[in-house]
Write a protein that binds this ligand. Sequence first.
Ligand SMILES: [Zn+2]
Length: 261
Amino acid sequence: MMPEDYKYARQMVLRQFDRDDISRIRNARVMIVGLGGVGSLIADLFVRSGVKKIVIVDRDYVASSNLYRQTLYSEDDIGDSKAEAARRRLQKINSEVEIQAINETFDASNAEDLVSSVDLVMDGTDNLTSRLIINDACVKVGRPWVMASAIETYGQVKAIIPEKTSCYRCYFTNEPFPQPTCAEVGVLSSLVTAISSIAFTIGMKILTGKEIDGSIYNLDIWNMDLDRILVDRRKDCPACGLHNYEYLTDRYKNIGLEFMP
Ligand SMILES: [Zn+2]
């Protein structure tokens, strides 16, 4: 057994993965957009699993109010760039993984270039606009992504595989509406952990080519309810049906500090 085989032995021995799957994981490049609670945990799990490269994108700074759920940061990091603090921590966890930290807002000005550079995009954002930008960019350039949201005690996860599953825009039959934020209504830390784990599992299945559909999984962790809603592709979906990528237009470029993710 090679030393690196030992390092990942408990993952490699899983009956769900064969040798080719392990090689796919070891060669994967994964981007995490947003390094809050969900993004922190997803980044941690992928780095520990031994992927080739992680790209982490966030323009925010660590605050004391983040620490109860954002597990990559400690009190020493308060005031630092999240991207840089996360890079430091992730590199200590696994020195083999290449980590690219981008301290920028993910918006229509950089979305296509960023998602093109990886094999899988994971959603660590906490707002609808960012998710719709990720969706348009991933559908346009053909990259799978996993939507993950957590607010109060409710979370959602959905896989989007362009040309195969429904996309995130297929889910909105009406115009997207403003939603409350974690700052307004809070989020339970254990929900963040659970949603990150579900999203990571779906991400690993995508990387290894396992069967995935476009269902939305809804978790209410307070009442221990998990349900699944089938989401069909819509011929009139603005993104995957009509290829009209409005969230990549100038209106969503350089959205900067007035844009609160
Ligand atoms: Zn669609």
